[in-house]
Design a protein around this ligand. Structure first.
Ligand code: GLN
Ligand code: ZN
Length: 614
């Protein structure tokens, strides 16, 4: 958007959709993204404040909702659970006061406590207000005086645990004594798999779970119970499952003395690592994966269908590693990777090798656009029955004189891309994962690894929505990374990698991870993150991505030279690494080869240029 954006209403497609449902006899309810949420997620090209458009957008919405002939219109305003300035809340209240006149307006909120939404919107004539009673538990909701229907999101729409029906019913009864309520999920069911029916999960754990269709059943059971029709057998079964989960040895709290989270001083580490690694200035490397070719995928599919043996599969993966190492040698990269052919996904791979996780067969959820993932379920205490990556590292390292990086996914990212326990603090779960990774790092070092990368692409993604909750998160996420990595001796170089977001807001955490080298997505934002690092006095190694691998094209030499030059404006040459901005698994070999050639050549030239200054 920009200051002179004007909104013009064209509801024809929506109205057509609605009519299609109505002729089928469906009592459809249109659902719209609310004006505040829409503008809060918008960016402007001219530095103006997107929220300046709020009053104008409310006017368009007023006409829009009048064009629906339905009983209810739902407007989603999850932005109301974030930090919103008081004067903006005033405008939101004024806007909805006008919209409410249509009748049947339901404003829904989720992903945080509904208190701010109720403070802003209660008592202005809305038909219903929806609140999330899961994310921060059942809060007081003092502003709700029973004037509108409260849509009580008591069944967790975001996670896959079975609802404690008795406890939920007790909460609902307390609310129902204050005014009219409807039972609902805490948010849409977009984030959970469709049904447990399609799964073959061991009975003990299966009993603890509820996916989409099971959650709808829970909503119905609660609504019926509230109306006086309690299904005693269903409530008993839920209570038994909750008790079984609470008392299972697999979820029993573990108390143990944790090892330290600090390494030697950075200066000591630099000196020791320079000696042990003997790398050139501006070392070149990649982020880990190389193309996941159709032949790799087909080997995996054949293993699953048991049309090849595990030995045959592993042989195919070793052949892939042969190729990846040979190509990197040929290209002249300095620090090599094994290419991650054996990993279906950077989280799923580890979840399948760790105890405490289960995988689903059909638990697909949308991740973004048309991409879907099958997040693992982290249901119990995590431990590592055996080394997970060591044999692949060893094989790759046996093929070359250059250093091969050990390659792991970090604790925060493993949590972010799994369904996680809600029966203990995330920090505790993160530390369990971190301890398993610490043991893996130990084994990699014993097997000869001198450089180990622990990827944390999701560290920004888990950042809480409200400022008050951020410091605690940043503390435990950094702590868990440090617990995972601090066992490495000072002459071993720890790398981390981050992508998928702007990091300016979490820059102090990036620094606090204390990784010797951080490779970070930067090509698309013109190296902006480096300026932020510079102003915070960052002295660790950094590899801003100089090839944006998310766009399917080979960068030109000028482009990469330009980005390197820009990087050298903010970073001391002794700190700088040269690398793409993410893994290469989604790319094809021809563009990978061509692009890495450009990257290596660019690094060579930059090295010559700065030669004198190092
Ligand atoms: N090491 C991983 C890879 O290269 C990192 C992927 C990521 O950042 N999402 O594929
Ligand atoms: Zn990445």
């Amino acid at each position: 958007l920009s200051a002179d954006t004007r909104f013009v209403l064209d509801a024809s497609a929506l109205i057509e959709d609605l009519r299609c449902q109505q002729v089928r006899g469906v009592n459809a309810r249109p659902v719209l993204v609310g004006p505040l949420t829409f503008l809060s997620l918008a960016r402007t090209t001219d530095g103006s404040n997107p929220l300046d458009h709020l009053p104008a957008l409310f006017e368009v919405y007023e006409r829009l909702i009048k064009s629906f002939d339905t009983e209810w219109v739902q407007i989603d305003e999850p932005a109301l659970v974030t930090d919103v300035a008081p004067e903006v809340l005033e405008q939101v209240r004024a806007g909805y006061t006008t919209l409410a006149k249509r009748g049947g307006v339901f404003v829904n909120t989720y992903f945080g406590s509904g208190d701010q939404a109720l403070n802003t919107l209660a008592g202005i004539g809305l038909g219903a207000i929806g609140v999330d009673l899961v994310t921060h538990g059942v809060t007081e909701l003092a502003a709700w005086k029973g004037e509108e229907l409260l849509v009580a999101g008591i069944v967790d729409g975001r996670n896959i645990w079975r609802t404690d029906l008795c406890a939920a019913l007790a909460s609902l009864k307390r609310l129902a004594a204050r005014g009219p309520i409807a039972v609902s999920t805490s948010c849409s069911l977009l984030h959970v798999p469709y049904t447990l029916e399609a799964e073959n999960i061991e009975p003990e754990v299966r009993d603890w779970l509820a996916f989409g269709s099971e959650k709808i059943t829970e909503v119905k059971l609660l609504a019926d119970a509230l109306a006086g029709n309690i299904d005693a057998a269903a409530f008993d079964a839920a209570s038994a499952a909750i008790a079984s989960r609470r008392t299972s040895p697999r979820t029993a709290p573990i108390t143990q003395e944790l090892p330290g989270r600090s390494r030697g001083s950075f200066d000591t580490r630099v000196t020791l690592q320079e000696k042990s690694l003997e790398l050139p200035a501006l070392p070149t490397t990649t982020i880990g994966s190389f193309p996941q070719t159709p032949s790799i995928r087909s080997a995996r599919a054949r293993l699953r269908k048991e049309s090849i043996t595990l030995e045959q599969y592993e042989e195919a993966m070793r052949e892939e590693i042969d190729l990846v190492i040979a190509k990197q040698e040929e290209l002249g990269l300095d620090v090599l990777v094994h290419g991650e052919p054996e990993r279906n996904d950077m989280v799923q791979y580890f979840s399948e090798l760790l105890d405490g996780f289960l995988s689903t067969a059909n638990g697909w959820v949308q991740s973004y656009g048309s991409r879907c993932v099958r997040p693992p379920v982290l249901f119990g205490n995590v431990s590592r029955p055996a080394p997970m990556t060591v044999k692949w590292f060893q094989y790759a390292q046996s093929l070359t004189q250059k250093h091969v990086k050990g390659m792991l996914t970090g604790p925060v990212t493993i949590l972010a891309w799994s369904f996680v326990r809600d029966d203990q603090p995330l920090a505790t779960t993160a530390d369990q994962v971190a301890l398993a990774l610490r043991d893996e790092i130990n084994d990699l070092i014993e097997a000869g690894a001198k450089i180990i990368q622990v990827d944390e692409p999701a560290i920004r993604e888990l950042l809480p929505l409200r400022d008050v909750d951020k410091p605690a998160y940043l503390q435990w996420s950094v702590d868990s990374f440090r617990l995972a990595t601090a066992g490495a001796p000072d002459d071993v170089q720890i790398h981390t990698h981050m992508c998928y977001s702007e990091f300016n807001e979490v820059i102090s955490s990036v620094i606090a991870l204390d990784a010797d080298v951080t490779t970070i997505e930067a090509a698309r934002s013109d190296m902006q993150v480096l300026a932020a690092l510079k102003s915070s006095g960052f002295e660790l190694g950094v590899g801003p991505g100089v090839w944006d691998i998310h766009s399917p094209r080979v960068p030109s030499a000028q482009e990469v030279d330009g980005l390197l030059e820009a990087a050298l404006q903010s970073v001391d040459p002794r700190q700088l690494w040269v690398n793409p901005d993410c893994g290469l698994k989604t790319r094809g070999w021809p563009e990978v080869e061509a692009s890495l050639k450009v990257l290596v050549e660019s690094a060579k030239q930059a090295r010559e240029k700065i030669g004198a200054t190092i």
